[in-house]
Structure formats: structure tokens, C-alpha cells
Design a protein around this ligand. Structure first.
Ligand code: URA
Length: 470
């Protein structure tokens, strides 16, 4: 048996595996380690010629390589050896191996890949930033404890979402930082327990000096590069009047956007609690977006804290805004009707919304529903996600596109994915279906009947699942 220690990356495993395969080293002769799990082991006890393979590589299904890239992020130290054994089998007489779902190696890899995907998704959903000041500039810091080594997989999500902010996510394995231009990875913070809220700030301040270059572009320096007196001679100056005219609107848009993102990241108004009651009280004072101003009140979720199933809608309507309770208007009555039809007890259901204030346009004496925009949904997201974190429903039903996009991503399409069951960060059994208001809006009777049949069929699946579960 040879000891082999590699860097803990897919590339390092692939390079080593290619070499071993080239020299026909059987899997049982290699004891795989990586420098993260066993940094003290000697680099390699293997007596292999170091020359790289000269004969053509073995052909392996692209699906395997894709899966191996994911599995490399799993925490199980056995992953390298399972990957190599599978690779060896694929190239030594078992080319169809991956289609044998009952095979132990195939199953292990499948389970590991799924766990990594789920963990990446959880990280994108559960990271909570705290605003800290440094050099009079805001920086957002989060502490997180992923189950697997998913920081590099989740980092692009945060980069794209919070491109305009400066942030750091600290974990025990590895940290990632965004300074507005580059993602930077640094070693993990050596602590096994999550720091308390105020400790997070101290931890970050200690850390800061070593990771950021505080140099900033200075306006003065820019002026030096292109002194103002030369501006009239430059051809570009011809477009300056146009630029100046467009500038206030663009600046206002940029400011609004960065304020919205700052609100989304800032969690200071959200209590760290496991109580829906405390959360509801905090949400009643919510001013995270301007929708609280014209609305009568916050309409928070309602139902048992230990409900097996949570239904999430879009936002309260006119009746809900006045009553302070979700789903009590026409859409709620339709929902109640179908719940009864399929045998779900409404008293066992927790109902809530992605947005907690009614957004409307006054028209005469009426208040007409207006769809919330992406910023309002994002600002409100902390409440619904915290509700789900506390309740941990075994079944989650997303009613309509706003709820689905708020909780499982903007790429979600009700028209294509309605009625499908999938695991989300919030529940192992998640489904999106029509919003009952959408049924009420369809003018054509036949089309409405058809939609209602789909809606009833989806909720029948929910009912069956709930009966099965308990
Ligand atoms: N529509 C919703 O999405 N939620 C309600 O509470 C009422 C109508």
C-alpha cells in the first residue's frame, strides 16, 4: 500500500489519477490523503516514474469528470479513493458503471455530489452579513460554517449579487473577500465555534489588516493625470454635456441600488431568535424598503410554529393589509377551498408571503395591487427566510413566481417547473405552483378550469406527502 498526499483540489486529484492510471496502479494499492485533512503526512511514498503519460489518455464519460469536480468539495476523506476506484473501473472493463445505480461506488459519489450541491445552495441562502466600518467605509462580514468545502463554489453567487459592496465571508476552512474588483481566497479562521455577533466584528478587525490594501483611487490623483486645463482640447469633452445631463438619474439609480443592497445585507433589525413571535414583533417595525409607508401594517405569517407545511405567497392584498393577516381575501378563500378539497387542514398550515407589505396604486377609492419589484423582494427576504429557518417545514409550497423566485432563484419559471418536487435550502420537499390570484384573474372559463385542475392536482400531491409523512 502506498501513501499518496495531494492538494485538496480536483485538479491535483486528476493529475495524480492520470499518472496512476497510466502506470496501471490498482486502486487497492493507494492510500489517498490530502494536505487539508492530513498535512503532516509525507508528500508521497509512491515510487512512480515522474514522467507524464505519453500514450493517449483513457476515455472517461464527461459526466464522471463533472461529478468528480463536485465531489472534490465534499468533506469525506474517502472521496479521493472512491473517485480513483471508480475511474479505474470505468477504464478497466466497466464502461457502463455509472448507469448501475445500486453499485456502492456509484451510489456514494451520487450522494456526495448531491450533498455538495445542497450545501452550496444552503450557503447562498443562509449567509448573514453584519455591517462593520473601516476607514469610514462600510464592509459586510459574515461568519459561516459550511458542511463541505463549498466556499469556492458559492463565492461567485455573492460576487454577482453584491458586486457593488465590499464583503468578506469567514469560515473555518477558507475565507473569501470581495473588494469590488477581485475575489480573494485566504486560509480559514482558526475557530471551531461560530463567533457571537460582537465577536465577529473583533475577529474581522483583527483579520482586516492582513487581507486588504487600503489604497484607493484618489480624485486628486486622477486630476493630476489629466489636468482640467487640458480638458477643452480633448475630443472626448464633446460628449461631456450629454453625460452630465444623464448623470443625476444614473447616480440616483446607483445610489438607490447600493442602498437596497446595503439593506439586504444588513441584518441589524432582524433578531437572532428561534421564536416566530419575536420575529413577528420585529417585522412590525420594518422599514427596510419604502413599502411600509403607504401600507396599513406589516402582514406577517400565520399558523403553528411547528407546522409541517408552509405556503408562501407574494404579498398581502387589500383585505390582508386591513386585517393584518395573510390570505384572508379572495385568493385566501380560494386557497382554503382547494385545501379542504384535497384534505389539508388549514389549521395545520403556516401561510406567509415573500413581501410583508401591500404594494398598491390608488385609483379613485380603490387600491390596485402592484407587483413588488426585485429590490423590495430582496429587502424583505430576511423575514420569510428567517420564518423558514425557524419552522423548518418538511413540505414547502411556493405560490406563484414571486415566492418561487424569492426563495429558489430568479431563473425559476412557474410555467416550466410547476408541480415539480425538489429539495431547496428551506425544505427537503419543495414545490411551486400557481398563485390562487392568478386563477381568479383568468377571464376565460375553460382556461380557468384547466388551471384550477392543475392547482388541485399539485395540492393533492402535497396532501399525499403530508399524510405519508405523518
Ligand atoms: N396574495 C398573496 O400572495 N398573499 C396574501 O396574503 C393574499 C393574497
Amino acid at each position: 500500500m502506498h501513501q499518496l498526499t495531494i492538494e485538496p483540489t480536483f485538479t491535483a486529484w486528476r493529475d495524480a489519477a492520470r499518472l496512476l492510471l497510466h502506470h496501471d496502479v490498482p486502486p487497492q494499492q493507494i492510500d489517498w490523503h490530502d494536505t487539508r485533512a492530513a498535512p503532516a503526512l509525507p508528500l508521497s511514498g509512491l515510487a512512480l516514474p515522474l514522467d507524464p503519460p505519453s500514450k493517449p489518455h483513457h476515455r472517461v464519460p464527461p459526466r464522471f469528470l463533472e461529478q468528480a469536480q463536485t465531489v472534490a468539495h465534499h468533506r469525506d476523506p474517502r472521496r479521493w479513493s472512491i473517485l480513483y476506484r471508480t475511474l479505474h473501473r470505468l477504464t478497466h472493463g466497466e464502461p457502463q458503471l455509472l448507469s448501475i445505480a445500486s453499485d456502492d461506488d456509484v451510489r456514494d459519489l451520487e450522494v456526495m455530489a448531491k450533498a455538495v450541491h445542497r450545501d452550496r445552495h444552503k450557503m447562498t441562502a443562509f449567509v448573514r452579513f453584519k455591517r462593520v466600518e473601516r476607514d469610514a467605509e462600510p464592509h459586510y462580514v459574515a461568519w459561516y460554517k459550511p458542511a463541505h468545502y463549498v466556499v469556492p463554489l458559492a463565492a461567485p453567487h455573492f460576487r454577482d449579487r453584491y458586486a457593488a459592496m465590499r464583503w468578506s465571508i469567514l469560515t473555518a476552512d477558507e475565507c473569501v473577500h470581495w473588494d469590488g474588483n477581485d475575489l480573494r481566497f485566504t486560509p480559514g479562521v482558526a475557530r471551531d465555534a461560530a463567533p457571537a455577533d460582537d465577536e465577529l466584528e473583533t475577529l474581522w478587525l483583527q483579520y482586516y489588516g492582513s487581507i486588504f490594501n487600503p489604497a484607493r483611487i484618489k480624485l486628486g490623483a486622477m486630476r493630476k493625470e489629466m489636468p482640467v486645463r487640458y480638458w477643452p482640447q480633448l475630443p472626448e469633452t464633446r460628449i461631456i454635456p450629454d453625460l452630465l445631463q444623464a448623470a443625476p438619474a444614473r447616480v440616483a439609480e446607483m445610489v438607490a441600488r447600493s442602498q437596497a443592497l446595503a439593506t439586504e445585507m444588513d441584518m441589524t433589525d432582524v433578531p437572532q431568535t428561534n421564536s416566530i413571535k419575536i420575529l413577528r414583533e420585529a417585522a412590525c417595525a420594518c422599514t427596510r424598503c419604502p413599502l411600509y409607508k403607504p401600507a396599513t401594517q406589516t402582514v406577517f405569517g400565520e399558523g403553528p410554529d411547528d407546522a409541517d407545511v408552509v405556503f408562501v405567497g407574494e404579498q398581502p392584498g387589500d383585505g390582508e393589509d386591513r386585517a393584518g393577516k395573510p390570505f384572508v381575501g379572495p385568493a385566501g378563500r380560494l386557497l382554503d377551498e382547494v385545501l379542504e378539497e384535497v384534505g389539508i387542514d388549514r389549521k395545520r398550515v403556516y401561510v406567509t408571503n415573500a413581501v410583508k407589505h401591500f404594494k398598491f396604486e390608488p385609483r379613485g377609492t380603490r387600491r390596485i395591487h402592484v407587483k413588488p419589484n426585485a429590490r423590495e423582494i430582496a429587502a424583505c427576504n430576511v423575514w420569510v427566510t428567517k420564518e423558514l429557518e425557524i419552522i423548518k417545514p418538511s413540505v414547502l409550497v411556493l405560490l406563484g413566481a414571486t415566492a418561487a423566485q424569492a426563495l429558489v432563484g430568479r431563473q425559476f419559471r412557474i410555467t416550466q417547473q410547476r408541480g415539480e418536487i425538489f429539495e431547496s435550502a428551506w425544505s427537503p420537499w419543495t414545490m411551486a405552483t400557481f398563485h390562487p390570484s392568478a386563477l381568479l384573474r383568468v377571464p376565460d372559463e375553460a382556461a380557468r378550469q384547466e388551471m384550477r385542475a392543475h392547482f388541485t392536482a399539485d395540492l393533492t400531491q402535497v396532501s399525499k406527502k403530508l399524510r405519508h409523512a405523518g
